[in-house]
Design a protein around this ligand. Structure first.
Ligand code: FEO
Length: 413
């Protein structure tokens, strides 16, 4: 892609990446991901966020600068809102090309500029309220948003245009599909962006939801006219819409999830799968939407999004060598890590010579604020009585979530 004008003297200079490499080494991005970087030109020139070398991204950034008539040596400031290397991997090289550029970041960010890239000189530490006047009416003000999602994170706000360069906050997986702007996306793309935004939030940000809500409160005084995150769409037409989405997402782990049930299952020889059918039948009787995922066949990234969003969560897996079926254990570890809290939950699973999966389930879920119905375990193939219990469990969980009103709606904010 070429550079794209946001407004006079402010441009997107980032890259779209379509790569088999996993994001953060964990999360697949089959529909691509964007590394958004920006340049703001006054008398001085600032780049905000960079890229890492990934699918030619750093060369694209240099080409985009060149197209705007900006040589690296002309860059005065490299503003690093967030030091995770998807945005800063190019820092060492760019600093070699732009030896006079001053790096601007928080004090905690400076420690990582040194840690990742060995750079100590010409690093300016800023804190909330500090400003940087670029001339010709362009002035940046900085605001720290710690733990969204790393401790050193800040945002940069350009006062004259009302553009908030929000770092990972309000970001998304997915590539642009024709335009970087929300107001140029066809309505038909809305489900695509909703899915990619939710998956990004659940995978990357969910653990830090209280910090997201704090940051949104802290930024409430800014007259934001456009939100330019580090991944995904630039919100020009409806910046409030993306803030509202993030408020909704942040509340999913505060017992305000959607009235849906997510069922995750794994089976060795089909016995647990038989019980799956009974549980899903019980859910379906209520009319409550149900999403069914199988481990290890499906990637946890996608399962996590549905598990996070749904008020009901059922785990079904057998015992494997006296413990939980290993692919489910991995998923449960991720659910713990990502604070997939406050669910109406259930467990079912088969065992052969001994149990063990339920013990792991109980241990892993003990601090998750889950309201767990009586678990169902069975030796080998489930009996008719077992299956009746499974149907009842599915029905009961669905009934519990059915009446949960969606307490947080985008339009509420
Ligand atoms: Fe997109 Fe936390 O880096």
């Amino acid at each position: 892609m070429t550079s794209i004008k946001l407004t006079d003297n402010i441009y997107w200079i980032g890259a779209e990446v379509h790569s088999e490499d996993l994001f953060e080494g964990i999360w697949p991005t089959p529909k691509g991901v964007t590394l958004n970087a920006y340049v703001v030109k006054g008398d001085k020139t600032a780049v905000i966020e960079l890229v890492r070398e990934w699918g030619g991204a750093s060369l694209t950034l240099l080409q985009n600068l060149k197209e705007l008539g900006i040589a690296p040596k002309d860059i005065n400031y490299i503003i690093l809102n967030h030091l995770e290397p998807d945005h800063t991997g190019f820092t060492y090289t760019l600093r070699k090309l732009a030896p006079n550029a001053e790096i601007v970041c928080t004090e905690k960010g400076a420690a990582l500029v040194n840690g990742f890239y060995g750079i100590n000189d010409k690093v300016r530490n800023v804190k909330s309220g500090d400003t940087l006047n670029l001339g010709q009416g362009k002035e940046l003000v900085f605001a720290e948003i710690p733990n969204v999602h790393w401790p050193e994170t800040m945002v940069s706000f350009e006062k004259s245009t009302g553009i908030l360069f929000s770092s990972d906050a309000f970001g998304s997986f997915g590539s642009f599909r024709g335009s970087i702007f929300d107001d140029e996306q066809p309505t038909a793309n809305q489900p695509y962006w909703e899915a990619e935004m939710l998956r990004y939030y659940a995978n990357i940000v969910a653990t830090f939801s209280p910090s997201v809500l704090k940051a949104i409160d802290a930024l409430g005084g800014l007259d934001v006219k456009m939100i330019a995150p580090s991944h995904g769409l630039i919100w020009r037409g409806a910046p409030k819409a993306v803030v509202n989405k993030y408020i909704r997402y942040a509340n999913y782990n505060k017992d305000f999830a959607e009235p849906e049930v997510c069922v995750v299952w794994g089976s060795m020889y089909g016995n647990t799968e038989v019980m799956l059918s009974a549980v899903v039948k019980g859910i379906a009787q209520t009319g409550v939407p149900v999403k069914v995922h199988r481990v290890p066949n499906e990637n946890v990234s996608f399962i996590l999004a549905d598990a996070y969003k749904s008020a009901g969560l059922v785990i079904g897996c057998p015992t494997y060598e006296y413990a939980m079926f290993p692919p489910m254990k991995y998923l449960m570890d991720i659910l713990v890590k990502k604070h997939i809290w406050y669910k109406k939950a259930g467990y079912f699973g088969s065992f052969g010579w001994s149990g063990g999966a339920l013990k792991d389930f109980n241990e892993l879920s003990k601090n998750m604020h889950w309201d767990i119905l009586d678990p169902i375990t069975f030796k080998g193939y489930p009996t008719a009585e077992d299956l009746a219990k499974g149907e009842q469990m599915g029905n009961a969980i669905a009934q519990q979530v059915k009446d949960i009103p969606s307490k947080i709606k985008d339009e509420d904010y």
